[in-house]
Design a binder for this molecule. Structure first.
Ligand SMILES: [Fe+2]
Ligand SMILES: [Fe+2]
Length: 288
């Protein structure tokens, strides 16, 4: 692919940078009487996935090998994700001093590795890669919005507010880049939809499930993918509100080129809410 020329507008879309640091968190306001054990479990798992962001930057820099501006933005993006991992990991340790972040992270990365030796996207195209990145940011922005609303613990509330704002900005970054590559690669709406659905499906798959296991499973307990995927989904979805679902559907529709205000979007929101409630009930019995 020929190297791309960046327009001023595109450059503006790439502007990113850390907006906050760990010192901005009011750690001294931590209130151990306001913990929800289910939220602590999710935060532990999320800290591992987020902290793994540096590997994603390597992967993205391989895929976008002739696009130095995007590579620079991807590296800053990864720094922000790593910082999310640090903030969440530190909080998880305050909430549960037995949580050994370094040990859990080692366990996670030993069992889950990204394909770092590739030069093309596992999604089939650069546009597809950016569609998948957008879908991930839809998930993370909704997740932290939901957790921030659900938790009564003031420090986690602040972390979730900061992290969710970053995730919405990340969505915007990848969306801007996706529209840019779409002009070159011109992949169809159907193909984008297939990538988005594929990535949505993976959300219940290995990475998050394995992180949930690595953070919360007993040392001697073998990994049961289906069981931990269901347990993770049950916990996470239990905090989602209808407004999180509606916004997620609208953001995903925009990525695949469908109107977020269409009748189809309303039906999809209704269907997604139904699916969420049924999964909450069906998976809750895992007890993990
Ligand atoms: Fe993040
Ligand atoms: Fe993000």
């Amino acid at each position: 692919m020929a190297a791309l020329t960046m327009s001023g507008r595109t450059r503006a879309g790439l502007e990113t940078g850390k907006r906050w640091t760990l010192d901005d968190i009011h750690w001294d306001r931590f209130d151990g009487s306001k913990l929800d054990p289910g939220i602590v479990k999710i935060v532990k798992a999320a800290s591992l996935v987020e902290y793994n962001g540096a590997d994603y930057a390597t992967y993205l820099c391989n895929v976008f090998s002739d696009d130095p501006d995007f590579q620079a933005a991807a590296r800053i993006w990864a720094e922000e994700e790593v910082q999310h991992g640090q903030a969440l990991g530190r909080w998880a340790h305050m909430a549960d001093p037995s949580f050994d972040f370094a040990r859990a992270f080692k366990r996670f990365t030993e069992g889950f590795r990204l394909p770092l030796d590739v030069t093309t996207s596992v999604r089939g195209s650069r546009t597809g890669e950016l569609v998948a990145r957008c879908v991930v940011e839809v998930g993370t922005s909704s997740n932290y919005s939901a957790l921030g609303a659900a938790t009564e613990e003031p420090v986690l509330k602040q972390i979730c507010r900061y992290v969710a704002a970053d995730e919405f900005r990340h969505y915007k970054l990848f969306y801007t880049q996706m529209t840019r590559y779409l002009e070159i690669e011109r992949i169809s709406k159907l193909r984008r939809l297939a990538v988005a659905l594929g990535r949505l499906n993976e959300s219940e798959d290995d990475e998050l499930a394995y992180a949930y296991y690595a953070a919360n499973g007993r040392e001697d307990e073998p990994y049961d993918r289906k069981r931990w995927a269901r347990a993770y989904a049950a916990r996470t979805f239990s905090y989602f509100r209808p407004s999180d679902v509606q916004r997620s559907v609208a953001m995903t529709f925009r990525v695949v080129g469908l109107s977020p205000r269409s009748r189809l979007a309303r039906w999809t929101t209704r269907g997604a809410n139904w699916l969420l409630r049924s999964r909450q009930k069906r998976f809750a019995e895992t007890g993990l």
